[in-house]
Design a protein around this ligand. Structure first.
Ligand SMILES: [Zn+2]
Length: 112
């Protein structure tokens, strides 16, 4: 057994109102073997948050930060924050795989 996003989703609660999220509303921003980044919009209180889930020997640990960014604006958030190269690459991988509105994410020079 191991950790998977499906296992983690039911554990994630809104940091404001503590309501459990509807897993279908959880947006996966990046994921690797040990770290998952999610964007979640709470239907109960309307607060959006970014949730970072780290998987380690002790199990899953998560923390959330509040954001007023929508899903489409998260890339801008990442661009402004001092994130690691790994995080940046993870977001880029996510965006490349994003099936809707990819063109809005990338400036003209990055199109191929
Ligand atoms: Zn809430």
């Amino acid at each position: 057994m191991g950790h998977s996003l499906d296992n983690l989703k039911p554990l994630i609660r809104c940091p404001v109102c503590q309501k459990k999220y509807d897993p279908s509303k959880v947006v996966l921003l990046s994921e690797d073997d040990r770290k998952t980044v999610l964007h979640i919009a709470c239907e109960s209180c309307g607060i959006s948050s970014l949730v970072f889930v780290s998987l380690g020997k002790m199990g899953a640990a998560s923390f959330g930060i509040l954001t007023d960014l929508g899903r489409e604006e998260v890339r801008t958030f990442y661009g402004r924050e001092p994130v690691s190269t790994d995080d940046t690459l993870a977001v880029h991988r996510f965006l490349k795989g994003f099936t809707g509105g990819v063109r809005e994410f990338f400036p003209e020079k990055n199109r191929h």
